[in-house]
Design a protein around this ligand. Structure first.
Ligand code: GLA
Length: 361
């Protein structure tokens, strides 16, 4: 969906070549796991709402082969770093980058599967920390590769869930399911409308004729990102608990209304109320935006993207100066149909729907 300046075949070739020089194996299993964009529905996944992501043509490429011992040998092509460990007693590392792989191996083991020693080289063209889910792509690549290599018989949804769990318990980010789901289930020229409560999903054709998705990277990643992410999640849960005292049937913000927030949350905690308001509004905004997409009303869809940004910036407070600047800059440009910050926030990219003519050099 997005033109890449990278020569993708050469990337998988480079991974393969590095594998040959590091492990003297010329026919490793090669796996490709894409990053994602999300058109609308931000911070709704862990609130059991809806999201509208799509896999993109930037990806992680991973090469793996069996070892005859219990060792794990990892090579990061992009960082030019190596790690050696064992499949027994897996623990988080101080290096951090191996954790996305090790966490997945540990989750597979926790499901009762046995994983033997393996060699692994990976590299990719998903910009790191840009909110395009390079970590989820790496986790899903690992799950997929392990499944193939050791014949585990895991279905795609199980691989999605265990990859998400690896990020939650091993990496320590309480992320929702969107990124891993989009990486595993993405389909060309389609966005996925995922109900994060039932996990029902539908592929919605995204007719890009005349419109391009353009990402603008702030090139910043503020250190607050993961701690504030976890705080937002706790604030949403606190809001749900306040409502539950009066409506025990409300299990998440998906079941909540603005009236419930005004009655039970606002009088107790203004900040929690502000966070929850954004989420409840975003869940219904996405449903309306999906209708716009079905009706081909891209103008209405784009206006909702701007409204999402406003909510993320003012009410949910996960934007930053650089993201606000990029959205503000394009707001009155007639070529820009819609724009907003994308992903967890505190840096990374804005996603813009731009009239194709205006994207030509
Ligand atoms: C990150 C998380 C996702 C989701 C988004 C915000 O990308 O990994 O689960 O919560 O932030 O929508």
């Amino acid at each position: 969906m997005i033109k890449t300046t990278e020569n993708v075949p050469s990337l998988s070739h480079r991974v393969k070549e590095r594998f040959k020089t590091s492990f003297f194996v010329s026919d490793p299993l090669i796996v490709r796991s894409p990053g994602r964009v999300n058109l609308i529905g931000e911070h709704t996944d862990y609130n059991n709402g809806f999201v509208l992501p799509a896999a993109i043509n930037k990806a992680i490429y991973m090469a793996v082969s069996h070892r005859s011992d219990d060792e794990i040998h990892l090579v990061s092509l992009d960082l030019d770093r190596q790690y050696t460990g064992s499949v027994n007693g897996i623990e988080p590392t101080t290096l951090h980058w191996p954790d996305y792989i090790l966490g997945v191996v540990q989750q597979i083991q926790k499901l009762g599967h046995s994983v033997g020693g393996f060699n692994c080289v990976f590299g990719g063209d998903i910009p790191l920390g840009a909110g395009m889910s390079s970590s989820a792509a790496l986790e899903c690549a690992t799950a997929f590769a392990m499944n193939q290599l050791f014949g585990l018989g895991l279905d795609p949804m199980t691989m999605v869930k265990l990859s998400q769990k690896a990020e939650n318990v091993f990496v320590g980010v309480q992320c929702g399911i969107m990124d891993q789901f989009a990486s595993m289930f993405g389909r060309k020229n389609h966005v996925i409308r995922l109900d994060c409560q039932s996990l029902d999903y539908a592929y919605v054709p995204f007719d890009t004729a005349g419109i391009r998705i353009v990402l603008l990277d702030t090139n910043v990643k503020h250190s607050l990102a993961s701690s504030e992410y976890n705080t937002r999640r706790r604030q949403c849960e606190a809001g749900v608990r306040l409502i539950q005292a009066h409506h025990p049937g409300v299990k998440s913000l998906r079941d909540a209304s603005l009236e419930m927030l005004a009655a039970y949350v606002a009088p107790v905690d203004k900040l929690v109320n502000q966070r929850c308001e954004y989420v409840v509004e975003e869940i219904s905004r996405l449903l309306a935006a999906t209708k716009d997409l079905e009706n081909g009303d891209m103008h209405a869809f784009g206006q909702k993207m701007f409204a999402t940004h406003e909510g993320l910036s003012r009410k949910y407070e996960v934007s930053c100066e650089e993201l606000d600047f990029l959205v503000e800059k394009v707001k009155d440009d007639p070529a820009v149909i819609g724009a907003r910050m994308m992903g967890g926030g505190f840096g990374g990219c804005t996603i813009n729907l731009v009239k194709e003519d205006a994207t030509k050099p």
